[in-house]
Design a protein around this ligand. Sequence first.
Ligand code: BES
Ligand code: ZN
Ligand code: ZN
Length: 479
Amino acid sequence: MNISIHKVVAVSNKKNSIYLCNNKNATSVLPFSTAEKTYIKQEIEKKEKKLIGINRFTHRVFLQVVEEKKETHLLLESCRKSGAVLCAMLNELKETSVTIVDTNNNGEEALAFAEGMALANYQFLQYKMQKTRNPNSLNKINIHSNKVNNGAINELQIMIAGTIAARDLVNETPAVLTATKFSKEMTRLGKEAGFTLDIFTKSKIESLKMGGLLAVNKGSNEPPTFNVLEWKPKNAKNKKPYVLVGKGVVYDTGGYNIKVGVGMETMKCDMAGGAAVTGALFTIAKAKLNVHVIGLIPATDNRIDGKAYVAGDVITISNGKTVEVLNTDAEGRLILADALVYAQKYKPELVIDLATLTGAAVAAVGPYGIVAMGTADEKTKNKLKESGNNVYERLAEMPFWEEYDELIKSDIAEIKNIGGPYAGAITAGKFLQHFVDYPWMHFDIAGPAFLSTKDSYRGKGGTGYGVRLLFDFFKKISN
Ligand code: BES
Ligand code: ZN
Ligand code: ZN
C-alpha cells in the first residue's frame, strides 16, 4: 500500500499518534494522565523499552524514545528503523493512519521516522491470490512539527516513490521483465516524472557496434535494448552533464558458465543497477532538480542457446577494444563497457555506474553497503560518501592500485573479462576503467540490491538501493 504523507498543524486526541521524545521529556511534556505517566516511566526505566503503546480504545497513543547517537546519520537511521517497527505494529492492528508528533522539535527525526514507515510498508503483491493477498492497511502518515515544511515532505514522498519504482522493477519476474518490457516501464516512469527516454533497438545497437551487449544477448530469444534517459532543465547548474550508467541484465543464468546450486535463483535482481538509475532519474525529474542528468541502461538477459557466446570467444567493444571472454558469467562488465564508451560523447562532469557486478562485492561487505571505486577527485568522493551516510546506503571504497591491472591482461586480446582468484570486485572495476576517459565512480551493489532475509525498512527482495543516495547527492548539487 502506498502511503501519503501530510503536514498537520494540530494533533487530534481521537486518532493514532506517536510522540517522538527523549529520556528527559518522555514523562513531562506529553499529554498523558498520571497513571499513564507512571506506567511509561516504569517501561522506560525498569524495562528499558523504547516504544511504548497506550490503548485508548478508539485509538492508540505511542511514545518513541529516540535513541541517543553520536552522529546525526546514525540517529536518523535509528529513527527509520523505529518507523519500520511501528509500521508493522499498526498493520498488525489494521490501522490506516498515524500522526507523528515531533516533541523533540527536530524535523529530521520526524522525516526519517516517516521514511522508515513508508518504505517498510512496501509490498510486492503482484502474484498473490486475492484471498492470501493481505495488503497493509496503513496508508496515511501525518507529521506534526514546526521544523518540517511541505517542500521537505514533497521531496520525501518523491524519494519514496522512486525507491518503490526501483523495487517493483527488481521484483518483477524474468518471464515478464524482458529487456523490451524494462524499456516500456522506463517509458511509463519517464512520462510520470518528466524525463525523456530514447530506446535503441537491436539494429541501432548493431550500427553502434556495441559488441559487449550484442555478445551477451546472443543466447537470448529476446532482443537487447539500450536506453538513454535524460532530464535537462533550462536552468541546470551544470554545463557538462552527469551520467548514470546501470547494469540491466534482466536475468543472469551465467550463460555457458552456468550458475549452479543457489546462485541463479535471485538473478532477476541483476538489473538492479538499471532500476536504481531509472528510480534516480524519476526522483530528479519529479523534484525538478536544477541539474542535467543522463541515464544509460544497456539491457539484455544472459542465457544458453546454440548461438550463445562461449568462454574462449574474443569480442570487440564499441571503442574497438578487444576482450577475451574467459567466463560467460562475467557478462555485466561487457555490457557496461559499451555504455561507458557511449558516455564519452557527452564529455561528462562525472559518470557513476551502478551494477550488481560481483559475488566478490557481496563477500567483501555483505548487504550493508556499496563497494565503491573510481577516478573521481577526493571532493566528489567525499560528497558521495556523505550522501551515502545521510541515507544509510554507505560507500566502502576499495583500493584501485595499478597492480590490479596486470590481472586482466589477455594473451590474445587487449584484456580478458576475469581476473585472478582474489580482489574480484576490484578487477571488475579495473576492467571497466578501460572504457572511461572522464571522472568516474563504480558502485558494485551486488550485496544490498536484493535481500533474501528481511532487513528493517529495506524489506525482503529488491531494496531500491542507490536511488536515495543519488537523489541526496543531486539535491545538494541542485541547491
Ligand atoms: N550478476 C553476477 C554477480 C552477482 C552475484 C550479483 C551475487 C548479485 C549477487 C555477475 O554477473 C557474476 O556472475 N559475476 C561473477 C564474475 C566472475 C565469473 C568473475 C561472480 O562474481 O562470480
Ligand atoms: Zn554473471
Ligand atoms: Zn550478472
